[in-house]
Design a protein around this ligand. Structure first.
Ligand code: NAD
Length: 469
């Protein structure tokens, strides 16, 4: 069995305890992982703190070069790291490779960016220049659905900007993050990157830590609130990428079969465990039966299984707690609607949930108003576009959303009225490295991706000089 290690102060070290990592497709422990305690976390923070001035003082081009080396190293290890990602997370191997390709691509993109000083004012008497200075030690806290890409969104811009990093994955998917730590150990100076694994207890220590300047967090809205509260004590900078309950609005000029294909994919990718997954679908009355039937037919044909099996289209739910939660939503689906595909769990082992389609369900059902984070799609009917917009926007979330229709002007006009950070028209999950991404309402604070995503890891610093003194 491979011995995983934490990366602290440039050394690969044991933890204080170990935790067994479960493969969600088999429910068996397949790896042992080191786990840190508060003292080890403090040691990591202290080493990141002392590495900061040296790292921040290097030219940006040197930091970019090291990020390119990290991308190269990760690419070279794509196949074996993808296998571990599938084993710890559950997603099909092809999707795991896709996540690694996205991670590599994002790191490479960030390495092409710059943070040039900007002359704000210059004349005979004065020169005022804005710099983008790093913040110090940044804590990156990630969830278990997409451990690598969500890490890259923090690690790459954080490092390029000149910060040093403490990285903490979710306790159920730590292995791929530790593998990134191993690669970093070969590339970055001592203390610049540190990896910590916890028992869901050290995130809170990081958010209140006096020596951590910023927390870049992806996770649930509920935990995001706790992060904000705890960070208030030291007025930490925060990026919060939180939950969503994204709606798909289908307009009446769609082909039912075609749109059903897009809806099902958007609702079942990564077993529905995507912040931007389609979590509720609104269909016009004229197409309702046809779209529901097409969805059910396609859902019934999907191959659910171990992500290591090449035939698998959808893997298991990642962990037991989430599996129990999704099981609860299946009960709600039966109570509040008509289940026309899926709905029943197999005996196991494995946290498998079949793609489930639920029709004739009302807006107040928790399956519609909450974030299910599993492959259970409520399909709702509407008669009037104004009315459905109000129903869609009646949510404290506002992450993404999709509109499906042939009349692009109409779709564009409606997209402007969605209360969310991103709206896709006739496509979904099109996330591009240079296009900023941020959540509206309680789906988040701050931005990832693009130049804006990089600048989130900096502090504006203005140098204001009187000339000719
Ligand atoms: P979670 O909030 O339970 O955990 C996320 C991380 O926070 C984990 O590393 C966890 O150990 C840590 N944590 C737990 N308690 C903490 C505390 N008090 N302080 C600081 N950190 C703490 O989320 P999850 O269940 O792992 O992930 C699923 C959620 O993430 C969903 O709501 C999903 O929509 C959201 N998500 C959002 C995005 C986005 O970009 N907006 C992307 C992916 C997932």
């Amino acid at each position: 069995m491979k011995a995983y290690k934490l990366l602290i102060n440039g050394k690969l070290v044991e933890g204080r305890t170990t935790r067994g990592i479960i493969n969600p497709a088999t429910e068996e422990v397949f790896a042992q992982c080191p786990q840190a305690d508060e003292a080890l976390l403090n040691h990591a923070v202290a080493s990141a703190r002392s590495a900061f001035p040296g790292w921040a003082g290097r030219p940006l081009s040197e930091r970019a070069g090291m990020l390119q080396r990290l991308a190269d190293a990760l690419e070279a290890r794509r196949d074996d790291i993808a296998l571990i990602l599938t084993q710890e997370q559950g997603k099909p191997l092809g999707d795991a490779k896709g996540e690694i390709a996205g991670t590599v691509g994002y790191i490479r993109y960030i390495a092409t960016l710059d943070l040039p000083p900007k002359v704000l004012k210059e004349n005979e008497g004065e020169r005022i220049v804005q710099h983008r200075a790093p913040l110090g030690v940044v804590g990156a806290i990630t969830p278990w659905n997409m451990p690598l890409i969500l890490l890259a969104l923090k690690l790459a811009p954080g490092l390029l900007a000149g910060n040093t990093m403490i990285v903490k994955p979710a306790p159920t998917t730590p292995l791929t993050t530790l593998l990134i730590g191993e690669l970093c150990a070969e590339i970055f100076p001592l203390g610049v990157v540190n990896t910590i694994v916890d028992d869901n207890d050290l995130g809170a220590v990081m958010t209140r830590h006096p020596s951590i300047a910023k927390i870049a967090f992806t996770g649930s809205t509920e935990t995001g609130r706790k992060v904000m509260e705890s960070a208030a004590g030291t007025l930490k900078r925060l990026t919060l990428e939180l939950g969503g309950n994204d709606a798909a609005l289908v307009l009446d000029d769609n082909d039912p079969d075609e749109v059903a294909e897009h809806l099902l994919r958007g609702a079942t990718l990564n077993c529905g465990q995507v912040c931007l997954a389609i979590k509720r679908a609104y269909i016009p009355e004229s197409l309702y039966d046809a779209v529901c039937d097409a969805l059910a037919q396609r859902a019934n044909a999907m191959v659910v299984g171990d992500g290591q099996d090449p035939a698998t289209q959808m893997g298991p739910i990642q962990n037991r707690a989430q599996y129990k939660k999704v099981k609860g939503y299946l009960d709600i689906a039966k109570r509040d609607g008509n289940v026309i595909a899926g709905g029943e769990l197999s005996k196991g082992p494995g946290y498998f949930v079949p793609p489930t389609i639920v029709r004739d369900i009302h807006d107040t059902s928790p399956l519609v108003s909450e974030e299910q984070f599993g492959p259970v799609l409520p399909v709702l009917v509407y008669r009037d576009v104004e009315d459905v917009l109000a129903r869609i926007n009646d949510s404290h979330w506002g992450l993404g959303g999709t509109i499906w229709g042939r009349d692009l002007e109409r779709a564009y006009a409606l997209a402007q009225r969605f209360e969310s950070g991103t709206v896709w028209v006739n496509r979904h999950l099109n996330l591009q490295a240079e296009i900023p991404f941020s959540g509206a309402k309680q789906s988040g604070i701050g931005t990832e991706y693009g130049q804006e995503g990089l600048e989130e890891f900096t502090q504006r610093k203005v140098i204001n000089m009187q000339l000719g003194a």
